[in-house]
Design a protein around this ligand. Sequence first.
Ligand SMILES: [Fe+2]
Length: 242
Amino acid sequence: MIDIHSHILPGIDDGAKDLSESLALLNIAQNDGITHMVATPHIHIGRFNNSVTQLYNDISTLKAQVLANNINIKLAVAAEIRLDVELMSLVLGNKLPFIGTLDSVNYLLLELPHSHVPQGYDKFINWLAKKNIKVVIPHPERNRDIQSNPFYINHLKQLGCDFQLTASSIEGSWGEIARRISIDMLEKGLVTYVASDAHSVKRRPPILSNAKKIVTNLIGENKAYDLFFTNPMLLTESLFNE
Ligand SMILES: [Fe+2]
């Protein structure tokens, strides 16, 4: 399986605290059958001001450690970027890492605030589209505005967004509402990716296999394969070749 959303880089956001936790997370992932992971630390202006240069430095250090520790997982780096109007200057300056490129279109993993869908989100997504950038929305099922008004899902889809569910939401770890929205989106064919959003060994480990079983029972083996293998690989293939 290919995990396109994880906080495994040590000490740069609220994910892995240090190198030993990064390696522990990678071992958990390997045991779960994950072969490729994209590290997606937060870029959240004013909270986690991570630069592309720092991310590239950190991933090459982690890759060396993975080799040294005989962990058989391929690594790449992108970021989970918090929606903020100030992102415009970073986009114009080419200072945001993409989660992948498909058919010459660049994709951003663009996180909504957890509490709400901010005003002007549609204008910002349309502005990105004009810059040849499409949006992947991580964990829509955990957003409180979306939970109380699932209309947002349809509107985001109309704007051209793709959706990535959290594996543990499908298992019910984020509550019944998040689980129900996840199942509903899966049944309606609105999901393109499932990822772990791993943060720590205890709180949120990188485990996809349990969710994959549930998704397979729900929509069948072929469609489940797309969400855990084919779609994430197509999106991120270029990152792993860098
Ligand atoms: Fe995340």
